[in-house]
Design a protein around this ligand. Sequence first.
Ligand SMILES: N[C@@H](CCC(=O)N[C@@H](CS)C(=O)NCC(=O)O)C(=O)O
Length: 205
Amino acid sequence: MIDLYTWSTPNGRKVSIMLEECGLPYRVHAVNIGKGEQFSESFIAINPNSKIPAIVDPDGPDGRTLTLFESGAILIYLADKTGRFQPQTARGRYEALQWLMFQMGGVGPIFGQVHHYLRSAKETVPYAIERYKTETRRLYGVLDKRLGETAFLGEEYSIADIATFPWVARHEWHQVALGDFPNVRRWFDTISARPAVARGMAVPG
Ligand SMILES: N[C@@H](CCC(=O)N[C@@H](CS)C(=O)NCC(=O)O)C(=O)O
């Protein structure tokens, strides 16, 4: 059984959604990042970067245990392990990976900065709020254009959508009205209706 180290955040929920979608059995270990549990010696042994999510799969490549951090790497690993949620053609696979990396390098870090400056910063920093909110809306525009051309970010529902969904689910946190981006709204509603997504979004309980 896979051990999942996670917390109630978008990066953690990417992995619980994927595990639910794949029907893989897993055990949840809640790492309370508000209390600093990510800095414990036992967790640093799993992720030297002190961030959730991470997994330990006793049935890794060659039948040996695999310990993995970085949500994008975990999603690719689980897609390779199961042969699911990534297109089977080389072209389709690279296209899905492109949108997965767009999430990892753009959506996650930028939306995260808006959340920080609007909800957690010890002082109000108008320049930072403006900068990251503007970039967030620009990224929504990119998503909306793509989703106006295709049903999902890749050519089919894939790890690219699974990575992006939990961040868009926090649209109220980054003060984006989904009605302004109708293609993102349609995509969001479609994915929200998947039972595995609802279960993954409820982790850790
Ligand atoms: N690039 C990493 C980011 C992971 C990340 O930022 N995790 C956050 C929660 S969403 C965390 O553990 N924060 C605790 C901290 O920064 O101390 C990934 O995608 O796995």
